[in-house]
Design a protein around this ligand. Structure first.
Ligand code: TRP
Length: 351
């Protein structure tokens, strides 16, 4: 995790930019953010960043989303299911309100010129800087996989994602801030070393919503089985919530430390209804975990009903889904080639 000082500064900068965008000053901003296609998107993704992307898109900001398929092989040996995950990610985005005529959606692997930026960018960072990144360390440990060269240099690849389209705002969770710092550093160093202004100043936009825990109170993760996927049916959602672990105390109270399961349900219900979790706890009172689970199930299913309805429609129209990605990849290639040319010019490598 980044230290509190840099978190604070990042928080202040992102508040300032959010206010600027709210005031209608959208022309100075290009958003780039993305997800790795390792499974289905869940409520944590939705409330953590997808909803914010849709807001920025609708506010008129230039918005771009990378489906980070090369990131998948940073810490695993297989690309099994990757194509299916990528298509489902496009379906999730569309269902959540991302509009392909406003937001470019593309995959790493289809944009060679974006990947080529990796070479000059790698020359701008030292091994020690790469070794220091806390998120890379945490991901390597969580995977149980040896640290690959790709994972070690992954933050530099992420800089390619952001900078090829001159992204300057990146809505992300706190864990991604070290990567955004690397991107900002690479942009500054490139401009300095080659006496140019090819790349913008980059800021991570921290979303204001509190981190949504998984149903058991731990970090939400598909591998813990504590995540509600956007693609689940109402019935599957009900089943997962019914199975979630609470405790033997009948009266419902909000206490994330000593009652992680109960509190996670309250937080989930709160975020879906726009209510304070403590008010929901008071209302349920002696109704117990059964009533809390019913309330939470209804809150989630009501909120996501329209999104899931749209999802089902897109699922039946795979030709359209593939077209969206082809179109996004085509545009990304055009932009990447243009930026790569500017990079060659700045470096005196146009022959
Ligand atoms: N690294 C991000 C994650 O693990 C996903 C990602 C890839 C990303 N490229 C990006 C996020 C560029 C923001 C900007 O979730």
């Amino acid at each position: 995790m980044p230290n509190e000082g840099s978190l604070d500064a990042a928080g202040k900068r992102s508040e300032r930019i959010a206010a600027d965008i709210k005031a209608g000053n959208v022309d100075n901003y290009t958003m780039l953010t993305g997800d790795r296609p390792t499974g289905r998107l869940h409520l944590g993704h939705y409330f953590g960043t997808i909803r914010e992307r849709v807001r920025l898109q609708n506010a008129g900001v230039n918005t771009n989303i990378v489906i980070a398929d090369y990131q998948v092989i940073t810490d695993r040996d297989t690309t099994e299911h990757i194509q299916d995950n990528v298509y489902n990610m496009v379906i999730d985005y569309l269902a959540c309100g991302i509009e392909p005529d406003k937001t470019m959606i593309f995959t790493h692997s289809a944009v060679p010129a974006e990947n080529q930026l990796m070479l000059p960018f790698l020359s701008l960072v030292s091994e020690a800087e790469l070794e220091r990144n806390p998120t890379v360390k945490a991901e390597q440990q969580a995977s149980g996989h040896a640290l690959t060269g790709l994972l070690l240099t992954y933050p530099v690849h992420q800089a390619c994602d952001i900078l090829f389209c001159k992204g300057n705002i990146v809505p992300v969770g706190r864990d991604q801030l070290p990567h955004i710092e690397t991107t900002a550093k690479i942009a500054r160093r490139f401009n300095e070393r080659f006496h140019c202004h090819v790349f913008p100043e980059v800021t991570g936009l921290l979303t204001s919503t509190q981190l949504l825990p998984g149903l058991d109170g731990r970090k939400m993760s598909k591998s813990y089985g504590n995540a509600i996927a956007l693609s689940m049916t109402a019935k599957e959602t009900a089943k997962l919530i019914r199975k979630s672990k609470t405790d033997s105390q009948r009266t419902i109270t909000y206490d994330p430390i000593s009652r992680p399961g109960v509190s996670a349900l309250l937080t989930t219900a709160g975020i879906c209804t726009g209510r304070d979790p403590k008010d929901i706890a008071t209302e349920i009172g002696d109704g117990g975990a059964g009533q809390l689970k019913r309330y939470t199930t209804e809150a989630v299913n009501n909120y996501f009903a329209p999104i899931r309805e749209r999802r089902a429609k897109y699922e039946k129209d795979m030709d359209y889904v593939k077209d969206v990605l082809h179109e996004g990849n085509k545009r990304a290639n055009e932009i990447a080639q243009k930026t790569l040319y500017e990079v060659r010019e700045a470096m005196g490598m146009v022959y």
